[in-house]
Design a protein around this ligand. Structure first.
Ligand SMILES: [Zn+2]
Length: 73
């Protein structure tokens, strides 16, 4: 069983690692804006730069009963 000190130290290390990876607030807003394509069936969002091929791939994998036009405008 780890001592209280070691447990605390590990927890702090994990927090620091997570904090380093977290994007800043402005990046988060930009990312949200970039996710401008949304699947009408499952509401999954995609970057506005996502190619039609990838969207078509999503339709085929996730919604084999739907067509591309039913999932995306
Ligand atoms: Zn979908």
């Amino acid at each position: 069983m780890p001592s209280g000190y070691d447990f605390h130290k590990n927890k702090m290390k994990k927090c620091a690692e997570a904090g380093g990876k977290r994007p800043s607030g402005s990046n988060l807003a930009a990312n949200r804006q970039a996710l401008s394509i949304q699947c009408k069936v499952c509401f999954q969002t995609f970057m506005c730069t996502t190619s039609r091929t990838l969207l078509q791939d999503h339709v085929e994998r996730r919604h084999d009963k739907q067509t591309y036009d039913e999932c995306f405008d």
